[in-house]
Design a protein around this ligand. Structure first.
Ligand code: SF4
Length: 234
């Protein structure tokens, strides 16, 4: 089946370059994902097209983009399931375009860093492992599936409005560690979370969950974090 791919193109390093769409026609086969079509375009039609890719298995998170209006992973999205004759591809909204479909992910990683995404515990290590019950693990096990694709943060209207907002992905990461019984770093994270660019910028709009390719319960985790901060600080 012949499908048109209307792809966002922009090279800020090129003089007189303006953002525009370029349409490519690709002969698709059942089972092809968007990554296959983009590879076909780059390898057979236009080598100047730029996009990120790595594992092709929905694990590295590098292939997130706006797919016909909704953020998602191009390596997991089957072309035939979109049921479109023309498919529009844009870079992730809210981030600076480096070239074509590749955006600058530094602000996303800097927000993650702010919430200290690692176990904090200065207690002397026990003889064997720090024990944890399956029930406690279940509370924070969902965000372990996060692949850091930034689809959630990019789709959040609050992030679009406030570029200093740390965004749902960073909040969800904070939830993952604060609810881990082995972690003692909640207090250290509260300053970053409890301010106008933190937790309270989330208005429970649920766009993040609609965009998450791993179907993670992001809003639920953020709400639990809000309740914890209110109960512990006030
Ligand atoms: S929570 Fe979901 S959408 Fe957000 S970064 Fe993780 S995998 Fe991507």
């Amino acid at each position: 089946m012949l499908i048109n791919f209307k792809v966002f193109r922009y090279n800020p390093d090129e003089t007189n370059s303006k953002p525009h769409y370029k349409t490519y026609e690709v002969k698709t086969q059942p089972g092809m994902v968007l990554l296959d079509a983009l590879n076909e375009i780059k390898w057979q039609q236009d080598g100047t097209l730029t996009y990120r890719k790595s594992c092709r298995s929905g694990i590295c998170g590098s292939f997130a983009m706006k797919i016909h209006g909704i953020n998602g992973l191009a390596c997991e999205t089957q072309i035939e399931k979109l049921k479109k004759k023309t498919i529009v591809l844009d870079p992730l909204p809210g981030f600076t375009v480096l070239k074509d479909l590749a955006v600058d992910m530094d602000p996303f990683y800097e927000s993650l860093e702010l919430v200290k995404p690692y176990l904090i515990n200065d207690d002397p290590p026990p003889d064997r492992e720090r024990l944890q019950s399956p029930e406690v693990f279940k509370v924070f096990s969902d965000p372990i599936g996060c692949i850091l694709c930034a689809s959630c943060t990019s789709s959040c209207p609050s992030f679009g409005y406030d570029k200093d907002y740390i965004g749902p992905a960073a909040l969800y990461k904070a939830f993952r560690y604060i609810f881990d019984s082995r972690d003692k770093g909640a207090e250290e994270r509260f300053d970053v979370l409890d301010n106008k660019h933190g937790l309270w910028r989330c208005h429970t709009i649920f766009n993040c969950m609609d965009a998450c390719p791993k179907n993670l319960k992001i809003t639920q985790g953020i709400s639990m974090l809000k309740r914890k901060i209110v109960s512990e600080k006030f």
